[in-house]
Design a protein. Structure first.
Length: 542
């Protein structure tokens, strides 16, 4: 590894990270006067920022590896009734780790063939030697991966009684296999100009097969003793030696520059590709078809803004009805499964117990808050984008459409229609609960059950007000359907967090239903007041 090259790469990475951080902080209203365009030239200041970003990434990387190991090991082992802190638990975890990290983790996207903004900048724009860049980046990346995994693997070996040394051997074996995978992909490109890691079918097939091989033995109570072979000192020494030889061969690989030219085109870079795909997906969501324009409905009795909104919602009925029918299909499937379960329990002579369980159905209201958020807010966000792209983007260029009276009248017409759609979704959820409860013989308190159903319906109004109100107050979309307003994003994230937190609340059903009513009324009144006050000034094309 060339230390000078490593230092140059770090400074370029730091400059990119610093520029990105200055750009985003400059979009925050309270900070944009501090993070101005002049900071792009402050190389020392950006270096400090990039060091802080690097420290943050280092901490999050360690946490990410800990979470990865916990999810892939602890949860499956607990579900399989395997004693976790035991040699058997260590043996099973090595088997899982082999398929997920040794195979999937090394074969899906090696660092040598991964497109990146840093690689594009260093090699294609600044003319850095491709071989030096590739070898330096691979060594530093895999050293960081080794340093990240080793303490957790050694700790796991010590906790399970297998030994700290075996955890170290597992990390060394993985490091050797990673370098072998890098060499394998480079040879594939040199011989066949083939990059399988860029094929979606290859990635899906490899992931599904390896997940099946990793976890299917647990269903049959089998614990493969792979660790006895993989962690044998001679095996680890062989893998590490082969990895070192592959690293030496990579440093002499003749096609690094051609490979970077192929993989690091501007349109293939993660940021550019993500933006392009995201924009295409967003336009697909709101794009009208010829069949949508054939309304075949007589609106001659309507006039003015009512006529405009009636035609708009008629033409966009597919965007409204598709998620509605998807939700109906999901609820129908859940209802069928529930009915089958009820019949099965009754055949087993447990019908009375099932009825007692269903008598407490009103306790499901907290989780319904989060589920209805996922359904109603998705519909609201999608229709708001359609409103902007297919209607407001063109009409907001005219002064008469930006007048206070026009904005507010259109808002309330749209709010009424969106509330109707959300109430249909909430009503479908209510229908499922009513059918399953009384079919199973549940007898919840009548007043409490009615409050439960009304609270679910009120959530439809709540989320319609939330989606449409934020759209009119902030109008966050550009002509490319990008969302540029950071406050809009933060408020949506906050709403997600609040709904998730609500799903964890343990409360008396009656009090929780009354809380839902109260929050719906207060939030709706506040949001409508803000729309009346702010929308005439903020509802415009940006």
């Amino acid at each position: 590894m060339n230390l000078t090259c490593a230092s140059q790469i770090y400074r370029i990475r730091s400059a990119i990270a610093g520029n990105r951080l200055v750009y985003w902080l400059g979009r925050v209203p309270l900070l944009k006067r501090i993070f101005t365009d002049k900071l792009y030239a402050a190389t020392e200041g950006k270096l400090v920022l990039s060091i802080l970003v690097s420290l943050y990434r280092g901490v999050t990387a360690l946490l990410g590896k800990a979470i990865y190991l916990a999810l892939t090991w602890l949860v499956p082992l607990a579900l399989a009734d395997v004693k976790i802190l035991s040699p058997e638990g260590f043996s099973m975890s090595v088997w899982i780790f082999f398929w997920l990290s040794f195979v999937v983790g090394t074969m899906i996207q090696p660092i040598s063939v991964e497109p990146s903004q840093l690689k594009y900048t260093c090699v294609r724009q600044m003319g850095m030697d491709a071989t030096q860049y590739q070898t330096t980046e691979m060594v530093t990346h895999h050293l960081a991966m080794f340093a990240g995994f080793t303490p957790f693997l050694m700790l796991w070996g010590g906790l399970t009684g297998a030994g700290v040394l075996r955890g170290l051997l597992l990390s060394l074996a993985l490091a050797g296999v990673r370098m072998m995978a890098e060499w394998f992909h480079l040879m594939l490109y040199a011989k066949f100009r083939c990059l399988p890691s860029g094929k979606v079918g290859y990635i899906l097939a490899l992931t599904v097969v390896c997940l099946a091989l990793a976890y299917l033995p647990m269903l049959f109570g089998v614990i493969p003793a792979l660790d006895q072979v993989l962690l044998y000192p001679a095996t680890v020494a062989l893998l590490f030696a082969l990895g070192s030889l592959c690293a030496r061969a990579i440093s002499r690989y003749p096609c690094h520059y051609e490979l970077i030219l192929e993989t690091c085109r501007a349109e293939k870079l993660p940021g550019q590709a993500t933006v392009k795909n995201a924009n295409q997906a967003q336009f697909e969501q709101v794009k009208l078809k010829d069949s949508d324009l054939d309304t075949r409905v007589d609106f001659s009795h309507l006039h003015g803004w009512r006529y405009l909104q009636a035609v708009f919602f008629r033409r966009h009925r597919r965007m409204l009805l598709k998620p509605f029918f998807v939700v109906l299909a999901i609820l129908g499937g859940l209802t069928v499964v529930g009915c089958v379960g009820i019949v099965w329990f009754r055949l087993q002579g447990q019908g009375q117990e099932m009825g007692e369980v269903l008598s407490y159905v009103t306790k499901a209201l907290p989780i319904c808050v989060f589920l209805l958020y996922l359904m109603d807010n998705t519909v609201g966000e999608r229709i708001c984008k359609a409103m902007f792209y297919n209607c407001d983007l063109a009409l907001l260029r005219y002064g008469w459409y930006r007048e206070r009276d026009a904005i507010l009248r259109n808002f309330f017409l749209r709010w009424r229609m969106l509330c109707g759609v959300n109430l249909m979704l909430s009503g479908a959820v209510c229908g499922m609960f009513v059918l399953l409860t009384f079919l199973g013989g549940g007898r919840p308190p009548v007043g409490e059950f009615i409050l439960f159903l009304m609270a679910i319906l009120s959530l439809g109004v709540f989320f319609a007000t939330h989606s449409l109100g934020l759209y009119y107050i902030f109008q966050p979309y550009t002509s490319d359907l990008d969302t540029k307003n950071p406050i809009f994003k933060l408020l949506n994230i906050a709403m997600y967090a609040v709904c998730w937190a609500a799903s964890q609340i343990k409360s008396t059903p009656t009090w929780f239903a009354l809380l839902v009513f109260g929050v719906t009324v207060v939030y709706s009144v506040v949001m409508l007041a803000l729309v009346l006050r702010r929308a005439p000034n903020t509802f415009r094309v940006k």
